[in-house]
Design a protein around this ligand. Structure first.
Ligand code: ZN
Ligand code: ZN
Length: 344
């Protein structure tokens, strides 16, 4: 009796095969989900600046070849053993939080966002720059039906980072909240801050972004290249929170004196230069500086539902998967308006 070999359909992926290597479009077999995993037919995946950690191999312990991508939206295509809470055909997303162990001390305290063995999609395992992706159930967020895949994808990292940091910032409706930087993170931060009922001051370089900032919901626009932005914030009464999105430590340092008493500089734009501050700048007025990273898949679901409810959307430029290298270069140029998204 002749045995029929099952046909294994290949899929296209955009992989990096060595640190600093270029994107390679190659065919691979469609992966099978193992115990506690699902397979996702990817519809869209955002290109985030943190993908540089995969592209350049700068994340400690990363192995190659690796497929980047942690702003993934798609449909569950196959369930691994033991998966009961998700259905084939269900819309899901995967963000930066790619899984947690459930056993470390932060996890035992319910603080999964700070798991010491946290996995990151596109770093710890292959991410969304491919047609089919396998992910552990701890990484899955349900995606509302009304959101388009390419629009929703950036909300899984840039969206949840701004939404979740702002909602935990302590700012109350009516408080002055400043958003520094009008880019991939900032254009979402302005929208969320406005929908949260804050008085929003957008801080950008040059007069060019003023109309857009107002359109996104900013009440004030401060041109940091023409004025002293900290002084301008003080004229408005001082900011309760300044969310710093542009990866520029010098610009962040210059804003600290724009805080109101008990105000907070909330740092989400990642760069490796030091932020400079003198102790008296913090002591007088009890001011603080806090960092924030993304959120759990449950936080992502909150972000997606809030965005669906209020109309907050990412402004995107889309590229097909085959042009991943070009899409990445566009993101790195800083000229994209504002999030770059791959479509499959
Ligand atoms: Zn990201
Ligand atoms: Zn843990």
């Amino acid at each position: 009796m002749a045995t029929m070999k099952p046909t294994i359909k290949p899929m296209k992926v955009a992989q990096i095969s060595k640190p600093g290597g270029d994107f390679e479009i190659v065919e691979r077999e469609i992966p099978k989900p193992l115990q506690g995993q699902v397979r996702i037919k990817v519809q869209a995946c955002g290109v985030c600046h943190s993908d540089v950690l995969t592209k350049e191999g700068s994340f400690p312990g990363i192995q190659f070849p690796r497929i980047p991508g942690h702003e993934v939206v798609g449909v569950v295509d196959e369930l691994g053993a033991g998966v009961s809470a998700w259905k084939v055909g269900q819309r899901v997303g995967v963000g930066w939080h790619g899984g947690h162990d459930g056993t470390c001390l932060p996890c035992r305290r319910g603080d999964f966002r700070n798991c010491v063995n946290q996995k990151i999609a596109g770093v710890s395992y292959d991410g969304g720059y491919q047609q089919y992706m396998v992910a552990p159930v701890e990484a899955l967020a349900a995606v509302p039906e009304s959101l388009q895949a390419a629009e929703a994808a950036p909300l899984l990292c840039a969206g949840v980072t701004t939404y979740n940091s702002l909602r935990h910032s302590g700012a109350m409706p009516g408080d002055l909240v400043a958003v520094q930087g009008i880019g991939g993170l900032g254009h979402l931060g302005i929208q969320y801050a406005s929908k949260f009922g804050y008085k929003v001051a957008a801080i950008g370089r040059g007069p060019g972004n003023a109309p857009l900032a107002k359109k996104l919901g900013a009440n004030f626009y401060i041109d940091s290249s023409a004025t002293n932005a900290a002084q301008e914030l003080q004229k408005l009464g001082g900011a309760q929170v300044i969310v710093a999105t542009a990866p520029n430590s010098k610009a962040m340092s210059a804003l600290i004196d724009g805080l109101a008493p008990n105000g907070k500089l909330l740092v989400i734009g990642a760069t490796f230069d030091p932020i400079e501050v003198t102790p008296p700048q913090l002591i007088f007025g009890s001011k603080s500086i806090q960092g924030w990273a993304a959120g759990t898949p449950a936080d992502s679901e909150d972000t997606l539902r809030f965005s669906e409810l209020t109309g907050v959307r990412a402004m995107i430029e889309t590229f097909p998967l085959e042009r991943a290298g070009e899409a990445y270069a566009r993101m790195m140029s800083g000229n994209a308006e504002f999030r770059v998204v791959l479509t499959m």
